[in-house]
Design a protein around this ligand. Structure first.
Ligand code: C2E
Ligand code: CA
Ligand code: CA
Ligand code: CA
Length: 284
């Protein structure tokens, strides 16, 4: 059902725009096609699942939101992590379908959470190329507005650099319908303060590259502290991802980091485990 709806929404939205065709060439093209075809089947046959990783608001001591991370329960290969298929999904042009599936599933799960008394914003990772895909943006805006969902989109700065004008305009459309835009992996890609200034983003996520060794490195604390100050000056809230130790959490708290996410608090978990985590949190 989700797939049919997603396909229909895309076909409808596409008819309003001229389609962009990518020609797959070179030795890897066949692999990309195979994975892309397998992914279509995976979406149709419900082999994908979402794992949720909570973000904790440090000062408020509460779970502020959760990030949805896709996993693939492959019939032969077992559990496959996104690092092994998102790239092929992007190159094989199924990332739009996969992401619409993700958004729909997140909206469904959000309803389940709300019915159990948990009002949680869910963040979804959005690949850069989708910010230039007008059909995807149209379909997504319609979907989110109709469902009245409380979502956030995580995008990297690098995704804006490709086509800044349409990316910024589309992020603004998302922001206008109440989607919170977060800059993901900050510091790990090609940073441009010029774009950072223009993006309608309310959250900045410091890449785990600077967080996992925060207390054993000389430079990382300096980078993290100045990033927090920069983000605050731009009126953004800061999330540190990859928080694995109490020592890192303590240091981030002193530095004024607003939110934390990482294995110390919770690994990404399936919906029932997220619910259990939320229930437990209520009793503390
Ligand atoms: P990301 O958005 O930077 O997500 C954070 C990754 O770090 C996740 O890996 C998460 O499991 C892992 N992580 C979380 N806490 C810790 C920690 O304390 N320490 C360490 N070392 N790692 C931690 P995962 O789930 O394998 O996802 C990898 C990447 O795949 C994500 O990176 C994201 O860029 C991409 N991805 C995941 N789901 C989607 C999706 O639905 N759409 C798109 N386009 N990309 C996705
Ligand atoms: Ca496609
Ligand atoms: Ca992310
Ligand atoms: Ca990240």
């Amino acid at each position: 059902r989700l797939v049919e709806e997603a396909e229909a929404a895309l076909v409808e939205a596409r008819s309003a725009h001229s389609p962009v065709r990518h020609h797959l060439v070179g030795p890897e093209a066949r692999d990309i096609r195979r994975v892309a075809d397998e992914l279509r089947t995976a979406i149709a046959e419900d082999q994908l699942l979402l794992a949720y990783q909570p973000k904790i608001h440090v000062r408020r001591q509460e779970i502020s939101s959760a990030e949805a991370l896709v996993r693939w329960h492959h019939p032969e290969r077992g559990l496959v992590l996104p690092g092994d298929f998102i790239g092929a999904a992007e190159d094989g042009e199924v990332i739009d379908l996969l992401t619409l599936w993700t958004i729909r599933r997140a909206i469904d799960d959000q309803r389940t959470l709300l019915a159990a008394g948990h009002d949680l914003r869910i963040f979804i990772n959005i690949s850069g190329q989708l910010l230039a895909d007008q059909a995807f943006v149209d379909a997504t805006c319609r979907l989110v507005a109709e469902a009245d969902a409380k979502l956030g989109f995580e995008v990297t700065e690098t995704s804006v650099i490709r086509d800044p004008e349409s990316a910024i305009a589309n992020l603004q459309r998302f922001a206008d319908i109440g989607i919170i835009v977060a800059i993901d992996d900050y510091g790990a890609g090609l940073s441009s303060l010029a774009y950072l200034k223009q993006l309608p983003a309310r959250e900045l996520k410091i890449d785990k590259l600077f967080v996992t060794q925060l207390t054993s490195s000389n430079r990382d604390p300096l980078i993290v502290r100045s990033t927090i100050d920069l983000a605050h000056a731009l009126e953004m809230e800061v999330v540190a991802e990859g928080v694995e130790t109490h020592a890192a959490l303590a240091l981030l708290t002193v530095m004024g980091c607003d939110m934390v996410q990482g294995f110390l608090i919770s690994r990404p978990v399936a919906l029932p485990a997220l619910m259990a985590f939320l229930e437990e949190d209520q009793h503390h």
